[in-house]
Design a protein around this ligand. Structure first.
Ligand SMILES: Nc1ncnc2c1ncn2[C@@H]1O[C@H](COP(=O)(O)OP(=O)(O)O)[C@@H](O)[C@H]1O
Ligand SMILES: [Mg+2]
Length: 208
């Protein structure tokens, strides 16, 4: 079949494509190995990741242990990254944290992180992905909850998106993140709470 001019990417498209590949490759390098494979994800999370017109800005993935929340979130965040580079030509910043590591990093006595500097990074990242938000056995103390409030309030007022996985609903996390964060998260994710259903894939052997 002969080539038409539509088949030849214009220089802008080529540059964006190259940037997208670079972005995905560097994101894959900081993705834990088991989450690197490409998987099919729930259509609503696919819509979110491709930033479709009616899709919510933030996504709250919930469901029982083992239904695929974390795998879905990594796949969706990769697609979100690709979509964003395609649209803007810019490499968005994505902060990915397990809740337990995040709460620990934000503690006032943590020597590895400057909590104030980290707070600013998490306020301003283009996407903040927090995995397993309700996982912490010990809830953050007042000081750490205050940092969480600063992070989520700043994102809330600037409409910056979050991607959360959690085995309970947003209205059941106040005891972990505090009332003010829970309230903001509920609003940010109002149209973006997605319940993944099914058996524990680790136990049932329906794993990817
Ligand atoms: N879309 C999928 N297709 C096939 N297997 C999947 C999919 N999502 C997750 N899995 C498998 O299910 C298991 C649990 O996934 P995970 O994301 O860790 O669950 P959760 O975070 O809900 O506890 C893993 O073994 C994973 O390989
Ligand atoms: Mg998980």
């Amino acid at each position: 079949m002969p080539f038409s001019s539509d088949d030849i990417p214009n220089p802008r498209q080529s540059v964006f494509r190259e940037r997208r590949e670079d972005a995905i490759n560097s994101y894959l390098q900081r993705t834990p190995t088991i989450y690197r494979g490409s998987i099919h994800i729930h259509p609503a999370s696919d819509d979110w990741s491709r930033r479709r017109e009616d899709a919510p800005a933030s996504l709250f993935l919930t469901g029982a242990i083992g239904v695929g929340k974390t795998h879905t979130a990594w796949q969706a965040s990769r697609q979100w990254l690709a979509t964003t580079v395609d649209r803007t030509g810019n490499m968005p910043s994505i902060e990915t944290w397990r809740s337990t590591a995040l709460f620990d990093a934000l503690r006032p006595d943590n020597r590895d992180y400057d909590a104030k500097a980290l707070t600013r990074i998490l306020q301003n990242a283009d996407l903040l992905y927090v995995d397993d938000l309700a996982a912490a056995r010990v809830s953050p103390t007042g000081w750490t909850q205050e940092r969480l409030y600063e992070i989520f309030d700043e994102r809330y007022i600037n409409r910056r998106p979050v991607l959360i996985t959690c085995d309970v609903f947003p209205n059941q996390i106040s005891h972990i993140v505090g009332d003010r964060v829970a309230s903001r998260l509920s609003e940010m994710c109002r149209d973006g709470v997605l319940l993944l259903e099914g058996d524990d894939r680790r136990v049932s052997g329906v794993a990817a």
